[in-house]
Design a protein around this ligand. Structure first.
Ligand code: F6R
Length: 264
């Protein structure tokens, strides 16, 4: 696992730019690459960076495919916080993704288990995710795999923890009652199948989750700790989110000494 710590004032631009470089290189090499997209606030600098590269003619998503991580259960089709709508308004509508190339779990399906299985099948039929963008919850979730999730889980329905609903109330006019209680999420096993994972975390509220992710014991209590078993994970954090890392100095030295040929 590579951990890159940026000074807080640079972190937004640097996170966006480094991940933007990695995605540009991937699409140069493989124009029909499969991207895994997260919602929430953490990936926004990456999406802004990619939109700006697209506008400059430096990147094209015309042949790319994308799969989102998760979706709330029960939000009506036009709800602005439905993740299918969020990912469109924050990112995919601003670049040249084909309309039918961006997929998400169907949180309005009548048959939820069948919808989850068909989502797994669609990812696998597309050849798997080449590069997955991730955020992390203050309780250590990735996707919406809350503490207690099976480390081998696949796409399924989950109940959001009270903490996650409080954290996400900011997207629902600060009204907790409007935050759905359930979601569909790619499982930890699904996420672990992606070939490269880039996780972004900023702010002091993420510091304990980031410490556990990189340095804690692998446990269902900290779902993101499963990433310690993945061969290619990049974690982009600001100073505040790195505040509890025991080996922070070593991560800084490693990044400073990184060979230029290596990339992310
Ligand atoms: C969203 C998702 C979640 C978020 C996490 C952090 O698709 O998968 O795991 O990444 O809740 O959210 P933010 O970035 O808003 O702090």
């Amino acid at each position: 696992m590579e951990i890159i710590i940026f000074p807080s004032e640079q972190a937004t631009d640097s996170n966006g730019n480094l991940a933007g470089d990695a995605i540009t290189k991937l699409l140069d090499r493989k124009p029909d690459a499969v991207l895994g997209l997260a919602t929430g606030s953490s990936p926004l600098p990456i999406y802004r960076n990619l939109i700006s590269r697209y506008r400059s003619g430096d990147i094209s998503f015309a042949k790319a495919r994308a799969f989102t991580l998760d979706e709330y259960v029960g939000l009506e089709p036009e709800h602005p916080e439905r993740y299918a709508n969020v990912i469109r308004s924050e990112f995919t509508a601003h670049v040249d993704f084909a309309d039918d190339a961006v997929h998400g779990p169907n949180g309005l399906a009548d048959d939820i288990p069948a919808a989850c299985q068909s989502y797994e099948d669609a990812i696998s039929d597309a050849g798997g995710v080449d590069l997955q963008i991730l955020g992390i919850g203050t309780d250590g979730h990735i996707g919406f795999n809350e503490p207690g999730s099976s480390l081998a889980s696949r796409t399924r329905i989950k109940t959001l923890t009270a903490q996650t609903r409080v954290d996400n109330a900011r997207f629902f006019n600060d009204d907790l009652d409007q935050v759905p209680t359930q979601c569909l999420t790619q499982g930890l096993g699904t996420i672990m199948d992606a070939r490269h994972l880039i996780l972004v975390a900023t702010g002091r509220s993420k510091a304990e989750a980031v410490h556990q992710l990189a340095e804690g014991a692998v446990s269902a209590l900290g779902p993101a700790t499963i990433l310690q078993h993945h061969p290619h994970v990049t974690v982009l954090v600001d100073e505040a989110a790195s505040g509890r890392l025991q080996l922070a100095d070593y991560y800084r030295q490693t990044y400073a000494a990184k060979p230029t040929w290596q990339g992310l």
